[in-house]
Ligand binder design. Structure first.
Ligand code: GYE
Length: 306
């Protein structure tokens, strides 16, 4: 016997609610932690989870959502791989009377009635925090400061917003110039490959800004293989805060990590139960996160949960 269903929850199968969850993929350490969090939270909350992995392809996510609609799940949650192109399938879910919760990444639809809530981070704020760390680190020092940027998945909310927030933070100061910027698709392999290309094409690089830790870790390999010291010869700024990045910080190879919390499972299950019960929920639920410069890494490492 599983846990008793929350009162007022629609009886899908024996009182349990069924959630269809369309995940982006398994591209990063962040994503792996996020998937685990959602699966464990569903088990704890007595929610029957239908889980689908889209392998970073929007068409696969749309297919998964259509399957969930056919299966008449009680609620659909998904982390949209890119921001645009969701109106049709979200309309289909709405017409079928199935509530949708966006987790982690946002969509750019103007019609906010197409989903009940968004649960995740403020990626613009993360990008800004990354940029502000940089302007602080170079306070009183001469320029120019040549930056290369490894962007996340093209068209994804975290790539768009982390770029925008960072740009905003450095814009007012002419010393900072982004000399090359390209997608590393949020993966280690691609992060390494693109960094190798940057190291060949750019005469001088002061700073690497990577939109996630996995790309930073891949890029660090490329920097080391080129005979340079990551963290010293090239400063490294990254986002997420996975354990491997904290280890790299303690080794002096990453200078700062802006945290992005993937452990959204419990909050998601709470929201899901409420929307299925017809209760009102906030349109946006934001997670709390910090900034970890290198000198805080060793103390923080043992308590990192992902
Ligand atoms: O930063 C990255 C992952 O959407 C916040 O996706 C998430 C991002 C995360 O692949 O590592």
């Amino acid at each position: 016997a599983g846990p008793a269903p929350a009162s007022g929850v629609k009886a899908g199968s024996g009182g349990r609610i069924t959630m269809g969850f369309a995940q982006v993929g398994a591209e990063s350490g962040w994503r792996t932690a996020n998937t685990k969090s959602v699966q464990e939270a569903a088990r704890k909350a007595g929610v029957e989870l239908k889980f689908s992995d889209a392998q970073q392809k929007q068409e696969n996510q749309i297919k998964a959502i259509r399957t969930f609609i056919q299966q008449k799940v009680d609620v659909i949650a998904f982390s949209p791989v890119v921001e645009s192109g969701w109106d049709t399938v979200l309309k289909e879910a709405k017409d079928a009377g199935i509530p949708v919760i966006l987790t982690d990444r946002a969509v750019d639809t103007k019609d906010t009635s197409l989903y009940k809530s968004f649960l995740g981070s403020d990626f613009v704020k993360e990008g800004k925090a990354a940029g502000e760390w940089l302007t602080g680190a170079y306070a009183g020092r001469p320029g120019p400061v040549d930056i290369v940027e490894l962007q996340g998945t093209t068209g994804s909310a975290p790539a768009n917003d982390r770029k925008a927030g960072f740009g905003e933070a450095i814009r007012g100061d002419g010393r900072f110039r982004i000399v090359a910027s390209q997608s590393g698709e949020f993966t280690r392999a691609k992060g390494k490959e693109v960094m190798q290309a940057f190291l060949k094409s750019q005469k001088h690089i002061d700073v690497l800004y990577a939109h996630n830790d996995d790309m930073a870790l891949g890029a660090i390999q490329a920097i080391e293989e080129s005979g340079k010291k990551p963290g010293t010869d090239i400063k490294v700024i990254s986002v997420d805060g996975i354990k491997d990045a904290f280890v790299a910080m303690t080794e002096g190879k990453i200078n700062v990590v802006v945290e992005c919390n993937p452990l959204l499972g419990d909050q998601l299950m709470d929201l899901a139960k409420k929307v299925v019960a017809g209760e009102s929920v906030p349109a946006r639920v934001e997670t709390e996160e910090g900034v970890f410069p290198q000198d805080k890494a060793a103390a923080a490492l043992p308590s990192r949960k992902y």
